[in-house]
Design a protein around this ligand. Structure first.
Ligand code: NDP
Length: 250
């Protein structure tokens, strides 16, 4: 039987590119997101690319009650779920205290609570079938609180800590926990950001990530170079070097 993978946030960007990459590798692929029309179009491409089976599931990860059903459907359809990729996310530039709390809350609900809810619902399925792998996409922004990304940095740092806890709890079980922390990958999430140092194309990012997932690594920055070197430096940079330039008349 082919290996199977469930990917949240698969209607665009990294999730979509990962789905194509794993389809090429012959996996059964379940794709989940809110935009069902995009998932349907992608499902056709995945079949053409070589996926043995494809399932498109409409899912909003902030509707926490719906996650278990989506995962169970894929597990039933495919016979088992080998890999669950917790990828769905939003990323807004949100200056703190400027009246954007609705988007702050959406960021935490999606990138932290939605991600944790997905892991919580995936674990019983993986345990019942005798093992599997949880993969979560965090971010270089979780290494340090970045200006205008307070909610995003908090969500990704929180998810990083949660995964550390998970890893200790499943240390004696056949469950692998993989955290992938990208720098800048060219997607809708950051296309209007003025500066994207060391940005890479999404297909390249997905190929790198798929290899890391298959190797069941514990934690990697993506791409490894230069972020493996830059991340620790980012963690100790003086605040004034990260602070945005002072603006006049504000
Ligand atoms: P995109 O905006 O291209 O994709 C985000 C995906 O998440 C979409 O498929 C979207 O689908 C889905 N999504 C958003 N909200 C929800 C929700 N409530 N329920 C279900 N799905 C949702 O961004 P990326 O591909 O770049 O982002 C993917 C992940 O990678 C995110 O977690 C992001 O934080 C992380 N990341 C990305 C980096 C980059 O440089 N691109 C850097 C570091 C981390 P839909 O709207 O159809 O629901």
């Amino acid at each position: 039987m082919s290996r199977s993978i469930f990917i949240t946030g698969a209607s665009s960007g990294i999730g979509e590119a990962l789905a194509v990459e794993f389809a090429r590798r012959g996996y059964y692929v379940a794709i989940a997101a809110r935009r069902a029309d995009r998932l349907e179009a992608l499902a056709g491409r995945l079949r053409a690319a070589g996926a043995g089976r494809v399932l498109a599931v409409s899912l909003d990860v902030t509707d926490f009650g719906g996650i278990a059903g989506a995962l169970r459907r894929a597990a039933t359809e495919f016979g088992r779920l080998d890999v669950v990729v917790v990828n769905a996310g939003v990323g807004y530039s949100l200056p703190i205290g400027r009246g954007k709390f609705d988007l702050v809350r959406r960021t935490i609900d999606t990138d932290l609570t939605g991600a944790i809810a997905t892991v919580e619902q995936a674990l019983p399925i993986l345990r019942a079938q005798g093992g599997g792998q949880v993969v979560a996409i965090t971010s270089i922004a979780g290494v340090r609180g970045m200006p205008f990304l307070g909610a995003y940095s908090a969500a990704k740092a929180g998810l990083h800590r949660y995964l550390q806890s998970l890893r200790t709890e499943v240390a004696h079980e056949p469950i692998a926990v993989t955290e992938l922390a990208p720098g800048y990958i060219d997607t809708d999430l950051n296309r209007d950001v003025a500066s994207r140092p060391f940005v890479i194309p999404v297909e390249q990012g997905a190929a790198v990530m798929a290899n890391l997932i298959e190797r069941k690594v514990r934690h990697r920055y993506v791409p490894a170079w230069p972020w493996t070197l830059v991340a620790p430096v980012l963690g100790i940079l003086p605040t004034r070097l990260l602070a945005p330039r002072r603006r006049r008349n504000t």
